[in-house]
Ligand binder design. Structure first.
Ligand code: NCD
Length: 335
């Protein structure tokens, strides 16, 4: 669906005030390579260390530059972590939550018009969350400013995939050779899709997709894995998958993206609590992009050292700081 666009490709930016350079957009997890990620993750770690040693110095990194968060769908972590990341780098931030209801979109303004207007206020980065699968790609087409996809419909959430891969590497020391369960509502969950696409750049031992049969992983994603020679299986039997897993990446059923009858039918199908934890190896990690809404039982799981989701959310801020910075200094897609 995004085939005609490239990550550098604001091919028809409507105006390029003061000849700004071609923007480096972040639209899809599949646009990244392992060396690009390694460079980003090194920077994320450096920023984290620097914060504790020299917070004021860190805040001079991109002093005075401006980030706009334009979110048409609800968000807690993504919007706040982008805002915090930018502010720790010394940037100024403007955020619009629920832009569909609170901006001119509520009056019928189109996404391209909104983007062109925002561009004209000269931010340095736009972070967009939009209900359309190609929302960020459309915005990038019209933007002279770098667009970061903060979640586009059922499509993609690439910066969450960066957060997830960074977290796995930090905790487990590697991606290659790991068996990774990606589970939940895989048809509608964009974080699961982006993670699988990003993992296809690595050499995991196996990806096990666990989902209710009604909401399997999209065939575009499984085709990419096949193309890249990544071994994967698909099942609705969580119990038999858990003992094999080094990482269990769990997600919620996307209530807002399915008919209520289907939601009612599958919402309680897979819940991770004490019994499921008991099946996981001792060294494994349990992840979740959050929010969790019943598919992980907090009182049975949160005390367990294998629970990695709060660490994962924290890591997202430094990964996003590294992304912002690599866009601004134009090293993001360097080979
Ligand atoms: C997710 C999202 O918005 O896609 N949350 C996040 O950004 N961490 C997950 C979800 O909504 O299920």
């Amino acid at each position: 669906m995004f085939a005609e666009l490239t990550h550098t490709g604001s091919t028809c930016a409507m105006m390029n005030l003061s000849n700004r350079p071609l923007p480096l957009h972040v639209l899809r997890a599949g646009d990244f390579t392992v060396p690009m990620n390694d460079r980003l993750f090194t920077r994320a770690r450096e920023y984290e260390e620097r914060f504790w040693k020299d917070r004021k110095g860190l805040a001079q990194t991109h002093e005075g530059m401006i980030l706009f968060n334009i979110f048409y769908e609800e968000s807690s972590r993504t919007i706040a972590s982008f805002a915090a990341a930018a502010m720790h780098l010394g940037m100024k931030v403007h955020s619009t939550q629920n832009a569909g209801q609170t901006s001119s979109a509520a009056k019928g303004e189109s996404l391209p018009d909104t983007i062109r207007i925002m561009d004209g206020y000269l931010p340095d980065i736009l972070v967009l969350r939009h209900p359309a699968d190609d929302g960020a790609a459309v915005a990038a087409k019209f933007s002279a400013v770098p667009v970061i996809n903060g979640g586009s419909g059922r499509g993609e959430h690439p910066t969450q995939a960066h957060t997830d891969v960074y977290t796995i590497e930090k905790r487990m020391g590697r991606i290659d050779g790991l068996t990774i369960i990606i589970g939940g509502d895989l048809m509608n969950g964009r974080t699961a899709r982006s993670l699988a696409l990003m993992l296809s750049m690595y050499r995991p031992a196996k990806i096990i997709f666990v989902s209710p049969l009604e909401v399997p992983m999209g065939s575009d994603v499984t085709a990419r894995l096949t193309e890249r020679g990544i071994s994967f299986t698909e099942t609705d039997d969580l119990r038999s998958a858990l003992p094999e897993a080094d990482v269990v990446y769990w997600t919620r059923v996307q209530k807002e993206r399915m008919p209520p009858e289907l939601y009612g039918k599958i919402k309680d199908r897979f819940i991770i609590g004490q019994q499921q934890l008991a099946l996981m190896p001792e060294h494994a990690m349990l992840m979740h992009p959050l929010p969790r809404v019943g598919e992980i039982v907090p009182e049975e799981v949160d005390h367990d050292p294998r629970a990695g989701f709060f660490e994962q959310a924290h890591n997202g801020m430094w990964v996003r700081a590294a992304l912002i910075s690599s866009i601004l200094d134009r090293t993001l897609y360097a080979p």
